[in-house]
Design a protein around this ligand. Structure first.
Ligand SMILES: [Zn+2]
Length: 375
């Protein structure tokens, strides 16, 4: 058996797939001519990209600016221990071509922003959101609506996930589901959240299924339905979602440029006095007396530390009465969010000179001591 689109090796490779009822060679050809963009090549992006490459999607785009870190490997199955510190987009491309050399993989090793989103998305037929923050979910949703591209959305937190398909015909969009992001305090702090490693494997696989169904026009997609998954109770539930009559995007058609897409800092930062890593390094050298307070958790301290006094943020209120109010305190956490809360708390208790180290220990490692272990 042969045809003009596929070599005999490709026909063999995909034979179990096009043998399916309602797929056929015509379906396989549709997959080959499809262009799918996956934004984020992490926990969700890994299964999405692996399954879509394996299924024979002709063109896959990957947006990810990050490098592979040791703490990624618990869930980001595209990468191995040998890939540490390598760029995710390029490494993913290599892995996907090993899996299926017939695909065309385009890498976009950048952060998706309001300014580049439309340009990057415009060349694709379907967009997969594999990112992990509310602001990027809005940005991707708004760009997809503007460009009339179906969006296969998912989100995960700890043991729970959710998945839906937006911007298809009269279906709802992400803003219909969540008109506004939750208050900052309710968004789990970057280092506090944690994620069950198998969960993105499950939810990302659901996204890959929805992509293939959209391309082949198979079955019923998740348009108008939010699927929620709780892996602890092992319950899958679905919730109808309709267009919100007040939706500023898909009902009121607010222009893309006027929608808010400010990127958040990785953590909620309060406006408190700061010290940069280089200022802190200079302060150490000058032999000035100070107390270094590390407000991370014990396990984080065990991975890397600057020799500070460890008082996790949650325990700080108990310890504050025992600290000298007149000393100079330099506070740090992983990237700055918890540190800023600690500084605020201490200021409110009458401490006169407390500073948060900007960017936390991650900035210190990056800027001052790259030999240290990072997470
Ligand atoms: Zn909407």
């Amino acid at each position: 058996m042969n045809n003009n689109t596929f070599s005999s090796l490709e026909l063999t490779r995909y034979s179990r797939q096009f043998a399916l009822p309602d797929v056929g060679l015509a379906g396989q050809e549709k997959l080959k001519s499809a262009k799918v963009l996956c934004i984020g090549a992490g926990g969700l992006g890994s299964p999405v990209l692996l399954y879509l490459a394996a299924a024979g999607i002709g063109t896959l785009g990957i947006v990810d600016e990050d490098t592979v870190e040791l703490s990624n490997l618990q869930r980001q199955i595209l990468y191995t221990t040998n890939d540490l510190a390598l760029g995710k987009a390029a490494t993913a491309k290599e892995r996907l071509l090993e899996l299926n050399p017939y695909g065309h993989i385009i890498t976009h090793p950048v952060r998706l922003t309001h300014d580049n989103a439309l340009e990057i998305l415009q060349d694709y037929d379907i967009v997969v959101d594999g990112t992990d923050n509310f602001y990027t979910h809005y940005l991707i949703n708004d760009a997809c609506f503007h460009l009339k591209k179906p969006l296969v959305y998912a989100s995960i937190a700890q043991f729970e996930g959710q998945c839906s398909v937006f911007n298809v015909k009269e279906g709802p969009c992400y803003r219909c589901l969540y008109a506004a992001p939750p208050p900052e305090g309710l968004i789990p702090n970057c280092a506090e959240g944690g994620v069950f490693g198998v969960l993105p494997g499950l939810v990302g696989t659901l996204q890959a299924i929805e992509v293939i169904k959209l391309i082949l026009n198979l079955g019923q997609s998740l348009v108008g339905r939010l699927l929620t998954i709780n892996t602890l109770s092992m319950q899958f539930q679905e919730w109808p979602i309709q267009r919100d009559p007040g939706c500023r995007l898909c009902v009121q058609h607010q222009a893309f440029d006027t929608l808010p897409h400010h990127m958040p800092a990785a953590c909620t930062l309060l406006n408190v006095p700061e010290i940069t890593t280089s200022e802190f390094a200079a302060l150490k050298e000058r032999g000035i007396d100070y107390v270094l307070l590390d407000v991370r958790e014990e396990y984080e301290y065990a991975i890397c530390n600057l020799g500070g006094k460890l008082i996790p943020l949650s325990q700080l209120p108990q310890f504050v009465p025992f600290l000298d109010k007149n000393a100079l305190y330099i506070v740090h956490c992983k990237v700055g969010g918890r540190g800023s809360k600690a500084v605020k708390m201490m200021q409110e208790q009458g401490f006169n000179s407390v500073k948060n180290m900007r960017g936390g220990i991650v900035a210190w490692i990056k800027e001052i001591d790259p030999q240290m272990a990072v997470y």
